[in-house]
Unconditional design. Structure first.
Length: 202
């Protein structure tokens, strides 16, 4: 998957990416760096594109709870070779939640993460999470989870977004089982709560 980076004078960063045979500009809403400065500047970067689905109903949001890590996360995952972002979003949302009639897919924003690659120590992983809002049918089909997702105790829930944020923050503060992705997921939940569900009236 190819993309072009554009920088603007107000430090807004937009990525030009392919989406459903069209080209869209998606704003980078946050960047996380989990590696040291030397690795960031000198190590080869391996791109890992992924999609994240934002599905809301009032103050509730569709989330996955993982028992192993004690966290809530948005449905989504890696983009397979040859997939468009839209295809990946629909596939992941369908597999992880059983969602039906996925529609009104709209770009929301992009999260960039720089992570260590523990299998290749001379490389770092640049994770690109393309986030989209969408709508789904009220009825769900059965989940089609991978073996490791079942082993991790992954279940789907409608959750009050503020309760999900509080739950994740408690895990970040207290649990030694937390994964690195909880940082991204909690930021996204807070961003959605502030900008999508409770936008400023001023």
């Amino acid at each position: 998957m190819s993309f072009n980076l554009r920088l603007y004078s107000d430090f807004t960063v937009l990525l030009c990416v392919p989406f459903n045979d069209l080209v869209i500009f998606m704003q980078v809403i946050k960047e996380f760096n989990f590696v040291d400065e030397l690795a960031l500047n000198q190590h080869q970067r391996v791109l890992r594109p992924a999609t994240r689905a934002i599905v809301t109903k009032g103050q509730n949001i569709l989330l996955l709870h993982t028992e192993r890590y004690r966290d809530y996360s948005l449905p989504g995952g890696g983009v397979d070779h040859g997939e468009s972002l839209q295809q990946a979003l629909i596939r992941e949302l369908t597999e992880e939640t059983g969602a039906r009639e996925i529609d009104n897919i709209t770009p929301y924003g992009l999260i960039r993460e720089f992570r260590a690659n523990y299998k290749q120590t001379d490389q770092l992983i640049e994770m690109l999470s393309y986030c989209f809002t969408c709508t789904i049918d009220d009825e769900f089909d059965q989940q089609n989870l991978e073996d490791y997702e079942i082993a991790n105790g992954m279940t789907v829930h409608w959750v009050d977004i503020n309760k999900a944020i509080a739950y994740n923050k408690q895990t970040m503060a207290e649990s030694d089982k937390k994964g690195i992705s909880i940082v991204r997921e909690t930021f996204l939940l807070e961003h959605i709560a502030e900008n999508l569900l409770n936008p400023s009236c001023g």
